[in-house]
Design a protein around this ligand. Sequence first.
Ligand code: INI
Length: 158
Amino acid sequence: MINYEGSFNDASSLKVGIVIARFNDLITNKILSGCLDCLKRHGVDTSNTSKNLDIAWVPGSFELPIAIKALLNKSDYDVIIALGAVIKGETSHYDVVINEASKGIASLAQEKSVPIIFGVLTTDNMQQALERAGIKNNLGWNYGLQAIEMANLMKELK
Ligand code: INI
């Protein structure tokens, strides 16, 4: 039996792309900080001169898929992390935004065979979003860890 598991030990050779929505940037900036902290502590060069990390900003979560596709066509990434915050109480087109973002991200990961971490917070209100973006727990850290695990797993499965 072969037991495939993505390791968390060393992420220093991974090429990581982050695509992040500015909408609700109070939340998305905090998630980004948690995510970068995790990547850095696992060996990814997160400095401004890094050759292993690129970050692309989009207006809202709806635009995440098209920017991810462009990034994947531009360079070889081991993993992409999509970051956004869609807050139910704040929008009537919550369902449209979240459906299009999730559908687009899922189909791109399959099409390109590159793992894309779904780091889009979907919450009922701003309080819940704040709690998940650092007040209680920063899910950005989890997204970073999941990215490392999936990138290393995909390398093992090649
Ligand atoms: N985008 C988000 O990322 N989160 C939201 O909660 C949100 N709301 O509330 O509407 C949102 N809307 C913008 C959308 O993603 C697009 O940027 C916009 O419709 C332009 O295409």
